[in-house]
Design a binder for this molecule. Structure first.
Ligand SMILES: [Fe+2]
Ligand SMILES: [Fe+2]
Length: 463
């Protein structure tokens, strides 16, 4: 047929209707002339004949049985013809068995096609469950995967419409677009193992919560200890005939002022937006090396781990935490390679596994360069970074205006990271506008996390 949807009313399952009769009884019905036959209601065919001028005469109706012996439909043949004269004749009795077996073969094919469609649907539902789980683990990245998948597929359609330049002859047919969409859905599947507190790390001292509060309490304790010491000294002086009490007061006040200055400096340094130069790092280390006496023992102001975190020069991530985040793509590849994809989807692990490769060979995990990176992987890399830059729901930044995101993407392209032609097409074809029109809920700067700072240089790692 034409592949168009068939708009016919359903047949009621009454035995007076010949197709329903065959479906219900699994018998074949062979009628020489429906206008003369008894026992069935042929008002339907008659009406049809009246409307079309056709004359229904001989009819053979056989059940379509699948391998389980279930009827999944009926096959209705009309008006057998004498091959010589063209005259309408009855269906020969020996033709019935042949038709039945052909109908069953058709039934098996239909069942197979349905099974394949069911399997595809099952797989898609499974992918959607997993990716929703990953996206929802962190409120800050919610929706990233979906947006990357949709933007990637959109980019394929834009390429299809391109009639000049490098992409003039590139065509993604429906199946390739679907494969690309799936690769987008699965590109960050490896993030399922990345600890969520690292993905969400919005300050340097954050573990599963921001340790700045612990530090505040510690600094209060140190202050209280210092005040206690000062009061002890005063009491001792008073009991022993006096001393310079005012000097003791001003010594404590001087300590107190510096102490809370230091804490204020730590609070500032805890933010990812602060760039830490050598002098600032030296100050953190110096504060950390101070000791206070509590419960009969000396303690450092800051633990080694706190010092290490506060000394992060850019952003909020330690090197090993950044590495852990980057490792998601290794895991994406490893996980996807375990799935026995059908031939149509066989490239998904390759496409998804190359979304953090860069053309200059400095990407990860494999350091592929130039032509070693497929077009599909380059598209994912582009839309992935675009999405990460402009999404407003990350802990360390507000949504970035599109123009600014383009400037960063252009610089990435000029530095030989991203495919420049693809980026030009992305900008020229207004992919971002088309996408925003599809999703009116997306506005620049929405859902910005209050007080959040950008984590420079981390966006590509986290995407
Ligand atoms: Fe990624
Ligand atoms: Fe991503």
């Amino acid at each position: 047929g034409t592949g168009d949807k068939v708009e016919l009313p359903p047949v009621p399952l009454l035995k007076t209707n010949v197709s329903a009769y065959v479906a219900l009884t699994q018998e074949s019905v062979n009628i020489a002339d429906v206008y003369e036959a008894q026992g069935f209601d042929f008002t339907g065919p008659r009406k049809y004949d009246q409307a079309t001028g056709y004359r229904s005469k001989s009819m053979l109706v056989v059940p379509m049985m699948n391998l389980e012996g279930e009827v999944i439909g009926v096959l209705q043949l009309l008006n057998a013809k004498n091959p010589q004269t063209g005259e309408v004749i009855a269906f020969a009795d020996d033709f019935v068995a042949l038709t039945r077996s052909m109908a069953s073969q058709a039934a098996v094919s239909i069942t197979n096609a349905k099974l394949i469609a069911d399997m595809e649907q099952l797989f898609e539902a499974f992918v959607s469950v997993i990716t929703t789980a990953i996206d929802e683990r962190s409120p800050y990245t919610a929706g990233h995967i979906r947006r990357v998948a949709e933007l990637g597929a959109l980019m394929c359609e834009v390429i299809n419409k391109t009639k000049e330049g490098r992409f003039a002859d590139v065509h993604f047919d429906n199946e390739k677009v679907k494969e690309m969409l799936m690769a987008g859905w699965l590109h960050d599947v490896g993030k399922i193992t990345t600890p969520v507190h690292i993905v969400d790390k919005s300050t340097k001292l954050e573990t599963i919560f921001d340790r700045i509060d612990i530090l505040r309490h510690r600094f209060e304790l140190i202050d209280a200890c210092a005040r206690g010491e000062m009061l002890d000294k005063k009491l001792f002086a008073l009991n022993n005939g006096g001393g310079d009490l005012a000097a003791m007061d001003s010594e404590y006040e001087a300590f107190r002022k510096k102490h809370w200055d230091d804490f204020e400096f730590i609070t500032r340094s805890n933010k990812g937006g602060e760039f830490m130069d050598d002098a600032l790092i030296a100050r953190i280390k110096e504060i950390g090396a101070h000791t206070y006496r509590y419960n009969g023992a000396d303690h450092h102001y800051l633990t080694e781990n706190e010092v290490n975190n506060l000394c992060i020069r850019k952003g909020t991530l330690l090197d090993d935490e950044r590495k852990m985040i980057q490792d998601h793509v290794v895991l994406t590849k490893r996980m996807l390679e375990k799935i026995p994809f059908t031939k149509k989807l066989a490239n998904i692990p390759f496409y998804a596994g190359t979304h953090h490769e860069t053309l200059d060979g400095k990407g990860y995990p494999s350091g592929l360069k130039g032509d070693e990176i497929p077009l599909e992987g380059r598209i994912l890399a582009l839309v992935d970074i675009y999405e990460a830059l402009t999404a407003s729901d990350r802990p360390y930044k507000k949504g970035m205006p599109v123009e600014k995101a383009f400037a960063i993407l252009k610089s990435e392209a000029e530095h030989g990271k991203l495919d420049k032609d693809l980026l030009d097409l992305f900008i020229k074809a207004n992919v971002h506008d088309i996408y925003r029109a599809m999703h009116p809920e997306l506005t620049e700067g929405h859902k910005a996390v209050e007080g959040a700072e950008r984590n420079p240089g981390s966006t590509t790692a986290l995407a």
